[in-house]
Write a protein that binds this ligand. Structure first.
Ligand code: GUN
Length: 294
């Protein structure tokens, strides 16, 4: 039996269409579009592509999207001043500071400065705390998107009692993903680089989430027959025998895993497209929450 391939591109289109409808209703009710402001410091090529895509995607659903591209030598004070200005601007519903920031800027302080109500990345300690307490707040986009793909794989089935293993303990993906799985009553284990006998642990997982950033680390024989595999990794690797040519692979050896899994996300076209769709969704959620709290 070959695994169901979970089509993130298609699901992301559905989410975007729903957000577009929500945005139109918001404009009708409040006489303005929800606004997303993306802040990029420096010229990292990948971050430039990601932030341009975020700006474009927000405009496509009818939001006011703006990219603030600042030079790499922007001072910490200047960045913090911009964040304070965006926090105070009533037309701004969502603020996203693209990571990584240049070394001379304290990343933690920058993230802490974004108003929790506008923190569409869900990285503010207030939102992380709300998620850990099972209370409503803004949830990080990649785990949210991963949960939607998981729901697609499950259909009518529930996660209650399922064994979930999350490989990776980052604040951006691993930890919030574990919280979301726990909220759905899964039995969750967070594994990481120092976990003993990782393959054996993964083989117990009904749901396996790989978020380590190491190309094809999870092999086919780490996967329980019929498991749902969510691959969060995006790694660029050289194509053997073709100098200068690269391709994208996940944290899971896809072809091997496909032969054993019940369902699996591809890379590219799995979790990746869901992240921006969920960012748009978070911006609409933030806009509605702010509008109703006035
Ligand atoms: N850099 C890589 N992933 C992310 C993300 O989800 N949000 C932000 N702000 N920066 C990132």
């Amino acid at each position: 039996m070959s695994a169901t391939i979970l089509d993130g591109k298609k699901l992301a289109e559905t989410v975007r269409a729903e957000v577009k409808e929500g945005v139109a209703a918001f404009v009708k009710e409040h006489g303005r579009a929800p606004g997303l402001d993306v802040v990029l410091v420096g010229e990292d090529p990948a971050s430039q592509v990601y932030t341009r895509n975020k700006e474009k995607a927000s405009n496509e659903v009818g939001m006011r999207g703006k990219l603030h591209a600042l030079p790499a030598d922007t001072s910490e004070a200047a960045l913090f001043e911009l964040l304070a200005k965006l926090n105070a601007d009533p037309a701004v519903d969502g603020i996203l500071v693209q990571l990584p920031l240049p070394k001379h800027i304290d990343e933690q302080r920058a993230l802490d400065l974004v108003s929790a109500a506008k923190d569409v990345d869900g990285f503010h300690p207030m939102n992380a705390g709300l998620l850990a307490s099972g209370r409503p707040g803004l949830v990080p986009c990649t785990p949210r998107g991963s949960m939607k793909l998981l729901a697609l794989a499950l259909g009518e089935k529930k996660l209650t009692g399922a064994r979930a293993v999350v490989v990776g303990r980052s604040n951006i993906v691993g930890k919030p993903m574990a919280q979301l799985l726990l909220a759905e009553h899964a039995t969750v284990t967070i594994a990481h680089s120092r976990t003993k006998d990782l393959p054996a642990l993964c083989r117990e997982a009904d749901v396996l989430v790989a978020a380590v950033g190491r190309a094809e680390m999870v092999r086919g024989d780490w996967i329980k027959e019929g498991a749902i595999v969510i691959d969060v990794g995006i790694n660029r690797v050289d194509v053997p025998g073709q100098p200068g040519k690269t391709r994208l692979v996940g944290d899971v050896a896809f072809e091997e895993a496909k032969a054993r899994a019940g369902a699996i996300t591809p890379v590219p076209g799995g979790v990746g497209p869901m992240t921006i769709a969920c960012l748009l969704e978070n911006t609409l959620i933030a806009a509605k929450a702010r509008a109703s709290s006035r």
